[in-house]
Ligand binder design. Structure first.
Ligand code: DGL
Length: 254
């Protein structure tokens, strides 16, 4: 496998751009090929089988384009399909993302942790196993927030409509002393400021993007696949809805 081939990065839409910017920050000399499946977003309300099919198709597309590794920059697709992908593509690094519950509970000892993600991520076996490992250390609350995905897909990362939605879904937690919020969907880091404001009190935010970028680097290194170039790499953005590429580009520059 060619060490100077691009790293493929995939999400249901624009969310994975929040992971892509961490990847570029940590590996500026790598080439990246991003594919957002905005034509089929959101993935959260779909069936597991449907997300598996879409994820396998996206992976095939990136690997056909010559990618040397695959980053599933989508918690939902990871929860539904990471095992299938690893079985099918056992010769290359396949990295997924999951809600950063571990650092919230173990490293920082927050007694009340709110996990915001898609319906599918929160209902899949993978997340249930994660919760079981930590629930004796903290009270963990699960909050599906599909409205954030819709908002980001439309390019709205702020504003009164988004804030009204956030206040509405956060209302049941007003009396809970939450000190940590886990962003378990890659669309959510774009609205981090609005979430912080709408919580109404200071919270620590946990985003799985930086950890996923570190893990990708480790996996490439272990497979001897880190680029040997020393000049800035190329980032190519693609989308199943070609007119959506302009928004991905804007989000990458935020
Ligand atoms: N960005 C995705 C995630 O990390 C999925 C959003 C969606 O398509 O519902 O879960």
């Amino acid at each position: 496998m060619q060490r100077n081939a691009p790293v493929g990065v995939f999400d249901s839409g624009h969310g994975g751009i929040s992971v892509l910017r961490e990847l570029v920050r940590r590996m500026p000399c790598e080439d990246f090929l991003y594919f957002g499946d905005s034509a089929n977003a959101p993935y959260g309300p779909r069936t597991t089988e449907s997300v598996q099919q879409l994820t396998l198709a996206a992976a095939e597309r990136l690997l056909d384009a010559g990618c040397k590794a695959l980053v599933v920059a989508c918690n939902t697709a990871t929860a539904a399909a990471i095992d299938l992908l690893r079985q099918r593509y056992d010769q290359i690094p396949v990295v997924g993302i999951e809600p950063a519950l571990k650092p919230a509970v173990l490293e920082n000892d927050h007694p009340h942790v709110l996990v915001m993600a898609t319906e599918m991520t929160l209902r899949e076996e993978k997340f249930h196993r994660q919760m079981e490992s930590y629930q004796d250390r903290a009270e963990i609350y699960r909050l599906p927030a599909p409205g954030i995905v819709e908002s980001v897909e439309q390019g709205r990362v702020d504003g009164p409509e988004l804030e009204a939605y956030l206040r509405e879904i956060l209302r049941p937690y007003e009396t809970v002393p939450i000190t940590a919020v886990v962003l378990g969907c890659t669309h959510f880091p774009f609205v981090r400021g609005a979430i912080e404001r709408c919580m109404g009190h200071p919270v620590t935010i946990y985003d799985g993007g930086p950890g996923t970028a570190r893990e990708t680097r480790r996996r490439l290194e272990r497979a001897d696949l880190l680029t040997d170039r020393t000049t800035p790499g190329r980032v190519e953005l693609t989308n199943s809805r070609p007119e959506a590429v302009a928004l991905s580009k804007r989000l990458l520059e935020l």
